[in-house]
Design a binder for this molecule. Structure first.
Ligand SMILES: [Zn+2]
Ligand SMILES: [Zn+2]
Ligand SMILES: [Zn+2]
Ligand SMILES: [Zn+2]
Ligand SMILES: [Zn+2]
Length: 554
């Protein structure tokens, strides 16, 4: 069974806490507590310990669209509470990548880059006071999340996992294993990501203090000789000096100041959930705006080369292959002189529409619960995409010198080509997602140190470019075949890119996709599949230039 929130089925009582199963649903208790935007609205015995099923499933729909910064999968349910950080991650990925969760209201989480750095560092020979093993693992690097210093008695260090195990065993009586401190120790540990699902009530804390006082009294009056009976009567004054609401700052010497407490109190002054919904997105917003702007500019500036690339690509009989961009330069000047600048933006509107619709197709997720309507809707969008693709292609390659007849749809069989087109698109998306993952991983390895958001943004633009180059190069031959098939029998007249001044009609008689492959190999050789690749190289160049400029701007 998978957790409703993080979509993981992994269970580990000690690391991830208990795994609740209710009817056919399951969830990590910690996911319920920590997921951002999810509140406990019922009493403890309702649904998931007071987290209503309806709330959980509405959050689930939302998390479906959020991808994890560590594993890139969907259902990222935690959000870094640093206001300059927009990272989202899975509860489990967070634990494995040294993010911190605070098990104290308002249950913030911090990604590994924004965990507050403690003032104290352990000595390299320091050992864990619970397991007596060396505190450090092989890496010998201090990690503030997995190595915790006792807040009550100085300079005792613990492995987080050891203290976590200890906390779960201790339950309500979870206290410092060295000095038995309860309140301060427990509070700090909860803030540092150690959870215990059995928190004592205020009365129990009060009782704890009473017991402590009784013990102190007894020790005071205890006779030195063990054999003699206890003579002094036990009289206990009400412990008026205990104030449960006092500020924790008072407990700290000035040099013992802990940043986590500051964080906690600082955040508490705001309304918790309000904070999540209106984060300060100024710098991030600028970067996203810049990225979108660059995307549009990229499409506009690349289109002339798309025109050249596609015209060369579909021409079966042309003598020049234009695999490198240099041969295109004289053609560009000739075309411009003869037909004006409009020749380079033919079919731009259609291709923009296609980009928009395909974006809609890929990002449409909100019919999670009605699969049939969802599939039907996607099917309709796919057909629209296909029609736009065919017409965009016709508009792009058709010459301006002669009027082309605008028949909607393609000349040859509609449905077989539709399915070929759709499967090619799917293959491209899957491949590019994979390529993106790999390049991103390589980039992350290259620079593991802290990066600010702007640099992150620029990094994704770079990975986008690399992914695009790889994907389009790999799929270019398939695209060539598809484009040739799409234009068969459409009576399209194109510019002749051998001369740049004449026009020519397309006459092809492929019996099918296979035949198209064979004919291409036979007539043009394997090189024929990369006809017009020079145009694509120029598009990459424009894209790269834009990435460079964006980097300079941000
Ligand atoms: Zn979970
Ligand atoms: Zn993840
Ligand atoms: Zn962060
Ligand atoms: Zn240990
Ligand atoms: Zn202690």
């Amino acid at each position: 069974m998978k957790c409703e929130l993080c979509d993981s089925s992994r269970q580990d009582e000690i690391q991830f806490g208990s795994f609740l199963i209710r009817y056919d649903k399951a969830a990590h208790l910690n996911c319920l507590i920590l997921s951002y935007g999810l509140k406990q609205r019922g009493s403890d015995n309702v649904d998931f310990n007071g987290y209503l099923f309806s709330d959980v499933s509405s959050r689930r729909r939302y998390f479906y669209k959020q991808s994890c910064c560590y594993c890139n999968e969907r259902y990222a349910n935690l959000k870094c509470a640093n206001k300059h950080c927009q990272r989202l991650f899975h509860f489990i990925c967070g634990i494995e990548n040294r993010a911190r969760n605070q098990y104290v209201k308002p249950y913030f989480s911090y990604c590994n880059q924004h965990v507050t750095k403690p003032k104290y560092r352990p000595k390299s020979t320091e050992f864990c006071c619970i397991c007596y093993d060396n505190l450090f693992d092989e890496s010998k690097r201090f990690c503030p999340v997995t190595m915790l210093r006792s807040p009550c008695c100085r300079d005792n260090w613990f492995h987080k996992l050891c203290i976590q195990r200890y906390a779960l065993e201790g339950g309500r009586s979870f206290r410092c294993p060295i000095c038995n401190n309860t309140e301060k120790f427990r509070k700090s540990m909860l803030l540092w990501g150690v959870f215990t699902h059995d928190n004592p009530t205020e009365e129990e804390i009060f009782q704890e203090h009473m017991d402590h006082l009784i013990v102190m009294r007894r020790e005071l009056f205890e006779p030195q000789d063990e054999d003699e009976p206890l003579v002094a009567p036990l009289q206990i004054d009400p412990p008026l000096e205990i104030n449960f609401n006092h500020d924790y700052h008072d407990d700290y010497d000035s040099d013992d100041y802990d940043y986590d407490y500051y964080d906690y109190y600082h955040h508490n002054r705001f309304n918790n959930y309000h904070y999540f919904q209106t984060p300060d997105e100024k710098s991030k917003g600028f970067c996203i705006g810049l990225k979108r702007f660059c995307c549009v500019i990229n499409n506009v500036l690349c289109h002339p080369f798309v025109v050249l690339q596609q015209q060369s690509q579909i021409n079966v009989v042309s003598k020049s292959y234009h695999i490198l961009p240099f041969s295109l330069v004289p053609i560009i000047t000739k075309l411009y002189r003869q037909q004006g600048w409009l020749v380079f933006w033919k079919g731009f509107f259609e291709s923009l529409c296609l980009k928009g619709v395909s974006l809609l197709f890929r990002n449409l997720h909100f019919f999670d619960e009605m699969p049939f309507i969802y599939v039907g809707f996607k099917g309709v969008i796919a057909v629209i995409m296909f029609v736009l693709k065919v017409n965009g292609l016709k508009m792009t390659v058709g010459t301006l010198m002669l009027p082309n007849d605008n028949i909607i749809g393609c000349g040859s069989k509609f449905w077989p080509l539709f399915f070929i087109y759709l499967s090619l698109e799917f293959a491209k998306w899957t491949f590019s997602a994979l390529a993106k993952k790999i390049t991103r991983a390589l980039f992350r390895n290259k620079s593991t140190e802290r990066r600010i958001i702007a640099e992150d943004q620029e990094c994704t633009m770079q990975t986008d470019l690399i992914t695009r180059i790889i994907t389009e190069t790999v799929f270019y031959p398939c695209e060539t075949v598809l484009h040739r098939m799409l234009l068969q029998n459409t009576n399209t007249i194109i510019d002749n890119l051998d001369t740049g001044t004449t026009v020519m009609p397309i006459f092809t008689y492929f019996k099918g996709t296979k035949d198209c492959f064979k004919t291409t190999v036979g007539m043009e050789g394997y090189k024929g599949f990369y006809k017009g690749f020079g145009g694509l190289i120029l598009q990459f160049a424009v894209h790269a230039a834009i990435v460079k400029i964006a980097k300079w701007l941000s």
